[in-house]
Write a protein that binds this ligand. Structure first.
Ligand SMILES: [Zn+2]
Length: 130
């Protein structure tokens, strides 16, 4: 296995996500960017693991479909942007079967997707620099 799999294997997924008007309208706001900068990547990644395990991990998560707020944490926004917000979206976008507890491997994959999206979202763009 190529341990650089994030870069290689996530590209097709991100191309598909980019074609979805709904998914691509999610962007980090100023507050979320600041929050991420203050906390740092290790902390944000810990939050991502917690959210994924608690809100998506069980076979039948509570409030499924509505468990991920639309704002207030960069990871929530990344979840909507990447189709990792609920078990229905996980099945649709990532072929992770509903009704089964997430495996550790699946949790790691989801966090890798979130990290990848967040890293890209934090790249400076021309508009943000103006
Ligand atoms: Zn969803």
């Amino acid at each position: 296995m190529n341990d650089n799999y994030e870069e290689i294997n996530l590209e097709p997924l991100f191309n598909r996500l980019g074609e979805s008007k709904f998914r691509s309208r999610f962007k980090l706001g100023k507050k979320e960017r600041q929050y991420l900068e203050e906390k740092g990547w290790a902390e944000i990644e810990r939050h991502a693991f917690d959210f994924v395990r608690q809100r998506l991990g069980p076979a039948e998560p509570g409030n499924d479909g509505k468990q991920t707020p639309m704002r207030n944490h960069p990871v929530f926004i990344a979840q909507h942007a990447t189709g990792t917000c609920c078990r229905k979206c996980l099945e649709k976008w990532h072929r992770i079967e509903k009704g089964k507890e997430l495996t550790e491997e699946q949790v790691n994959y989801i966090v890798a997707v979130l990290r990848y999206w967040l890293k890209r979202a934090m790249l400076p763009t021309i508009e943000q620099e103006n």
